[in-house]
Design a protein around this ligand. Sequence first.
Ligand SMILES: CC(=O)[C@@H](O)[C@H](O)COP(=O)(O)O
Ligand SMILES: NCC(=O)COP(=O)(O)O
Length: 251
Amino acid sequence: MPILYFWASKTKTSMTKLSVNINKLATLRNARGGNMPDLIQSAKDIEAFGAQGITIHPRPDERHIRYQDARDLKDVVTTEFNIEGNPIPKFIDLVLEVKPTQVTLVPDAEDAITSNAGWDTRKHSGFLSEVIAVFKEQGIRTSIFVDADPYMVEGAAKTGTDRVELYTEAYAKSFAKGYLQGIKPFVEAAKTAHEMQLGLNAGHDLNLENIKYFKENIPHLLEVSIGHALICESVYLGLENVINMYLHRLK
Ligand SMILES: CC(=O)[C@@H](O)[C@H](O)COP(=O)(O)O
Ligand SMILES: NCC(=O)COP(=O)(O)O
């Protein structure tokens, strides 16, 4: 038996929640300036279809999720509401106003196309500890976005955060190349998180191809947030149905 599978089979598995990131639906909506697709209705539908959470990542330029979307979703989301972002002052104010289930702190630069690194939890320990305390005081669960590095996971634990989110782009890339050992650092980081009594989330570039192997090998995985691939896959898998519906109406 491959060593990773052996380790996983010795570990009690539990359910991992799926939080759907709806940034890309907002991207599509913003393209025409109207309200299609309707973000609020989509969030309700996603929950009705069984997803256990809704994730949004409002960026300072509001290129997809607008700050107002976060306010509008507040009264609609009945599962876990996760707001991700760089804790600049206006983001902190928004989160304190909306009071989601969870806030995930991501160190992204304003001009970054997408999130591209985890926090250096050692260098920014003081800042993270302060921000985490502010959110926790208001009963908001906190998570810190980190690379799959036990040293950074330990640093996160020292800030008082409830959870960490492992940044999975490197895993997704190695899986796509067929390099399954690319999961090793994630297994180590997950073990460290558990030892430090941190809850474990994961996300970025997870998809229908790579999610099963990740789930099977990562212990104590509480939640994954998936957006870009999930929305693309929904387009691919839904196209045939919709084209047939048009053809039927055009007969
Ligand atoms: C935090 C993270 O991993 C990101 O995946 C993010 O939430 C996606 O943001 P974009 O949709 O802006 O690429
Ligand atoms: N936290 C990761 C997330 O919300 C979605 O990332 P992606 O699936 O859009 O790469």
